[in-house]
Design a protein around this ligand. Structure first.
Ligand SMILES: [Mg+2]
Length: 109
């Protein structure tokens, strides 16, 4: 199983090979677009008028968004595996942020 650092490096190399933009403004625009696609895919989770939630589509859009985040990390030479360890597991773990919003979500895996 690849680590997040391995995945980040592979994404970086693939983006170079494919000639993707490394311009931060374009990269953040792509991330915003992919996050919008995640939100669109999740609409059925909160309202049945949007049909059924597709886990395959959600998986694809989350992957697209993650690739954009990993690419931004690489663009600024940030090891995101280490950043998540430091920020989420160490720094943020000291705060109580339990959300009540989870109970409002109608999609329970
Ligand atoms: Mg997408």
């Amino acid at each position: 199983m690849a680590t997040l650092t391995d995945l980040q490096e592979r994404v970086h190399e693939a983006r170079i090979t494919r000639g993707f933009s490394m311009e931060p403004a374009q990269m953040i625009a792509m991330l915003a677009e992919e996050v919008r696609e995640v939100a669109r895919t999740l609409k059925p989770a909160w309202s049945n008028k949007y049909g059924n939630l597709s886990k395959e589509n959600l998986s694809n859009e989350l992957a697209d968004a993650l690739v954009c985040v990993l690419a931004l990390g690489s663009r600024f030479e940030i090891d995101l595996e280490r950043a998540v360890e430091e920020k989420f597991f160490k720094s943020d773990a000291k705060r109580d942020r339990k959300s009540e919003l989870w109970s409002l979500c109608s999609f329970n895996p």
